[in-house]
Design a binder for this molecule. Structure first.
Ligand code: TLP
Length: 345
């Protein structure tokens, strides 16, 4: 990449290997189910996540929306985090296009939704109420700092879902980061879920795409929902070819990104004008804030860092989120720390 870009892992460019694989990918018409590269990607994704089938979709947002459309009907309700990506950053798609009612539950600092709050949110049968159909979790939970949510918690939510005849979906945009941080095989981590979306285009750095996995019957339904949304792509093997490399190779190196995030956090913690808890940096996200004594706002610092070819995203007046990925190397972390130290001194 041509800059040190910590705004997100979504900004990462594909590797030369990926570009080569894309150019050479065998293709067919995926709406006819005839694209061999897409078929390989969907099968591999399902196998890795321990589910029966997979569906290649254009984005994480589309994966979550298609999942909700396949699980729920109009007027049904979904229990999800009040700071979940699906609730905040997906343009209200589940309501706008699915007629699905969100029932937000407060996301805790450890990325979980309290189990008793989930239980309380499940509607009794009553003509006045929407029908609860689905519980959705996010892993890693982005808005609280990329916190990995452990298998024991997901299993407990799965138990509640089963008791009440509900389905469990996981927005696993960064599920491989979670699995790496927890040292838990990804299939075990999501065993209790009926469906999982994960992204190829974040820490796994493919240029485009996500995969939704679940039972074969669920994926058949999801394929229909994807068609309704105009997401039936044709020679999509061109994109899936990069996704295969993402899934086969990039899932194996995420601990490097996590180590770089920790390195950044530890360096920032030594600066008096910065507020950070390095203990909360568990995957590839670093949340920190400028104290009053920094003498400048986060957007102002972000602007100044561009002079060093460093791009970072201010979350508000004081707060930042920095995200490490494949193109952020050890020496870049030192450069970022030097630049911030200089600007704040
Ligand atoms: N997240 C983006 C922004 O939209 C905030 C980012 O830079 O982190 N689930 C989660 C947990 C996500 O973080 C994102 C993207 C999505 C879903 C949506 O994925 P895309 O962008 O592929 O639609």
């Amino acid at each position: 990449m041509d800059r040190i870009d910590l705004r997100s892992d979504t900004v990462s460019w594909p590797t030369p290997d990926m570009r080569r694989a894309m150019a050479e990918a065998p293709v067919g018409d995926d709406v006819y189910g005839e694209d061999p590269t897409v078929n390989r990607l969907e099968a591999l994704a399902a196998e890795k996540l321990g589910k029966e089938a997979g569906l290649f979709v254009a984005s994480g947002t589309m994966g979550n929306l298609v999942a909700v459309l396949a699980h729920c009907g109009r007027g049904d309700e979904i229990i999800l985090g009040d700071r979940a990506h699906t609730h905040i950053y997906e343009a209200g798609g589940i309501s706008a296009l699915g007629g699905v009612h969100p029932r937000p539950v407060s996301v805790q600092p450890d990325g979980t939704l309290p189990l008793d709050a989930i239980r309380r949110a499940i509607r009794p049968v009553d003509v006045h109420f929407p029908r609860t159909r689905l519980i959705a979790l996010e892993n890693t939970q982005g808005t609280v700092g990329g916190i990995p949510v452990p298998k024991s918690y997901i299993d407990a939510v799965g138990e509640i879902a089963r008791e009440h005849g509900l389905k469990l979906h996981i927005d696993g945009a960064r599920i491989f980061n979670a699995a790496t941080a927890l040292g838990c095989p990804v299939a075990e981590l999501v065993a209790a879920a009926d469906s999982v979306t994960f992204c190829l285009s974040k820490g796994l750095i493919a240029p485009v795409g996500s995969v939704l996995v679940g039972s074969r019957a669920f994926i058949d339904e999801a394929r229909r929902a994807r068609k309704i949304l105009g997401g039936g792509m044709r020679q999509a093997g061109i994109l899936a070819a990069a996704g295969l490399i993402a899934l086969e190779k990039m899932t194996l190196r995420l601990d490097e990104d996590h180590a770089h995030a920790r390195m950044l956090a530890e360096g920032l913690a030594e600066m008096p004008a910065i507020e950070i808890d390095p203990g909360r940096v568990m995957t590839n996200m670093v949340f920190f804030a400028l104290r009053e004594e920094a003498g400048m706002t986060a957007p102002a610092l972000a602007e100044r860092l561009k002079a060093y070819n460093i791009w970072m995203m201010a979350r508000d007046d004081r707060g930042f989120r920095a995200v490490t990925h494949y193109w952020i190397r050890r020496e870049h972390i030192a450069q970022v720390l030097d630049a911030i130290r200089k600007e704040l001194s």
